[in-house]
Design a binder for this molecule. Structure first.
Ligand code: SF4
Length: 237
């Protein structure tokens, strides 16, 4: 797995290799079972049912790091944050920020394009209850590390959606940037900001899950503030 990730010479090859990964038995079973049983509203659709690669530009100055694909979102459509309520909230905000050409993300062929932005997750397969095990997180990490390596020349800011993504960044710092992570680790919080030397700034943002957006814990204004700060730090107009 580590060797397969390291061999990917560019993002297209990396995306293809990620999509063909079967390294985590529990997650492979789950993604395929969800794709087979489907949700009633999507019964007539063919689910992707595979790992979900990153999405966005190869010269991104900003990256959004999420937890994992949603069972009936990314695992159905094959594109991260696509086809579910979390994506509705996220892409509406990215469109307001000028980082996406449209405010919706419903299917892989819907014409969505990002500007200066790449989106990926710490774990590439949908996990039961949105909870990957530590072993699955570690098994999947080489894909993330390779993806960050490939966009490293332009990458300036990473927005971590939630505590899991925030924690997943520190191994990246070690593996990709050759730096010892800060000790103690800075705590995750909405609005948290860690700034290192010769590495991207890290911003914390509550996850765009329904649990957060339906309850008002995360509002559109809060997302606008985070992406405004990300653009400013990254030098994006
Ligand atoms: S979670 Fe990552 S490492 Fe595990 S099977 Fe999916 S893509 Fe492969």
């Amino acid at each position: 797995m580590v060797a397969r990730a390291a061999r990917a010479a560019d993002l297209a090859r990396l995306d293809a290799a990620v999509s063909d990964c079967f390294a985590c038995p529990r997650l492979v079973r789950w993604r395929e079972e969800v794709a087979r049983t489907r949700r009633a509203a999507f019964r007539d659709q063919e689910y992707w049912g595979r790992p979900v690669p990153g999405f966005g530009t190869g010269d991104a100055r900003i990256a959004i790091l999420g937890l994992a694909p949603a069972a009936h979102g990314g695992n159905r459509t094959g594109r991260i944050f696509t086809g579910d309520r979390s994506g509705d909230v996220l892409f509406a905000a990215l469109h307001r920020a000028g980082l996406a050409n449209q405010p919706t993300s419903v299917a892989a062929d819907d014409g969505l394009a990002l500007r200066d932005l790449r989106i990926f997750s710490a774990v590439r397969c949908a996990p039961p209850d949105n909870k990957p095990t530590p072993e699955e997180r570690d098994t999947c990490a080489p894909w993330l590390h390779r993806e960050v390596t490939l966009i490293r020349p332009t990458l300036r800011v990473v927005v971590a959606l939630g505590a899991f993504a925030w924690a997943a960044w520190w191994p990246v710092l070690r593996q990709v940037y050759g730096q010892r992570p800060p000790s103690p680790r800075p705590a995750f919080g909405h609005g948290a900001h860690w700034s290192g030397t010769d590495a991207p700034d890290l911003l914390g943002c509550y996850h765009v899950s329904q649990q957060n957006t339906f309850t008002g814990r995360l509002t559109p204004e809060m997302l606008d503030d985070v992406f405004g700060q990300a653009k400013q730090l990254a030098g994006v107009d």
